[in-house]
Design a protein around this ligand. Structure first.
Ligand SMILES: C[S@@+](CC[C@H](N)C(=O)[O-])C[C@H]1O[C@@H](n2cnc3c(N)ncnc32)[C@H](O)[C@@H]1O
Length: 267
């Protein structure tokens, strides 16, 4: 698979366009709906009963709706405008801003969350390490960063290539999944969305590349950024699939340096 790094700038910005996003909102929110009560429980358990929540790669606002209904002030960041149009309908009490989490300045928050593999869209380890540094600076000491991430086990979770077809009232979505076990490890979803009623040209094919990250690296980068990380078996009440790791990282008391990820070599 060609490295996504070589893709033309702007290619990523066209992911989760309006047609696929409408289907995603109808077909793929079940996981986040299932984990949302457990996320809220974990936050309460760590003393965050209210306050500002930053949701990185918030998608269609599923978790934002759950948390804002429980009194949190949620700010969702996502680079897909179509996702945020949906999120504003789903979670009207939350705020949403189009932003690339690989480089956006993060406002102060009491909690930061990122669910359902959003961080795997960061293709360079350096970007993930830097994001951890920015999250640490956005949080107060004791602040919680809760997220999940696809790991190399995901590459063994299915065949190297498989084709799936989903049908909704509005469209047919054909997805080819490729699992690449090369030095870095990628999961690629090639998505073709065919609206049933549209007479116009078919929507563009979307190629979603997600880089898998080893839990040991993630834990090391979190520690370097100023967190005490713990890998969980899943979100409370939901055991995650083997290829997805859930991390709860607590910002340490020590001052977090402006320099990112001391002592680690980005790939
Ligand atoms: C698989 S969806 C998960 C959405 C949501 N967190 C959930 O639990 O349903 C991944 C989301 O991450 C967003 N995303 C991917 N890369 C991003 C980036 N660099 N900056 C902001 N958002 C990004 C996508 O637009 C998409 O909405």
């Amino acid at each position: 698979m060609p490295s996504p790094r070589r893709r033309p700038a702007g290619a990523a910005a066209s992911l989760f366009g309006p047609d696929f996003t409408a289907e995603y909102g109808a077909l793929w929110t079940r996981y986040t709906r299932r984990i949302s009560p457990g996320v809220a429980r974990l936050l309460r358990r760590h003393g965050a009963r209210s306050g500002r929540v930053l949701d990185l790669g918030c998608g269609p606002g599923t978790l934002a709706a759950h948390l804002s209904a429980r009194g949190y002030q949620v700010l969702g960041l996502d680079r897909s405008p179509a996702m945020l149009r949906l999120a504003r309908l789903v979670a009207p009490a939350a705020r949403f801003v189009v932003a690339d989490i690989a480089r956006a300045r993060l406002p102060g928050a009491d909690v930061v969350v990122s669910t359902f593999d959003s961080l795997n869209y960061l293709h360079r380890a350096r970007d993930l390490q830097r994001l951890f540094g920015r999250v640490a600076r956005a949080l107060p000491p004791g602040g919680v960063f809760l997220f999940d991430v696809l790991t190399p086990d995901e590459l063994r979770a299915g065949p190297p290539q498989e084709d799936l077809v989903y049908r909704s009232a509005r469209a047919i979505v054909a997805i080819r999944i490729e699992r690449r076990r090369d030095r870095i490890g990628w999961v690629r979803h090639t998505v073709r969305t065919l609206p049933r009623l549209s007479g116009g040209p078919p929507p563009p094919i979307e190629v979603h590349d997600q880089r898998v990250y080893a839990p040991a690296d993630v834990a090391r980068w979190l520690r370097a950024a100023g967190f005490t990380p713990r890998r969980l078996a899943g979100y409370p009440g939901v055991t995650t699939q083997p290829g997805r790791a859930v991390f709860l990282a607590v910002r340490r008391e020590t001052r977090v340096s402006r320099r990112s990820s001391a002592g680690t070599r980005p790939a």
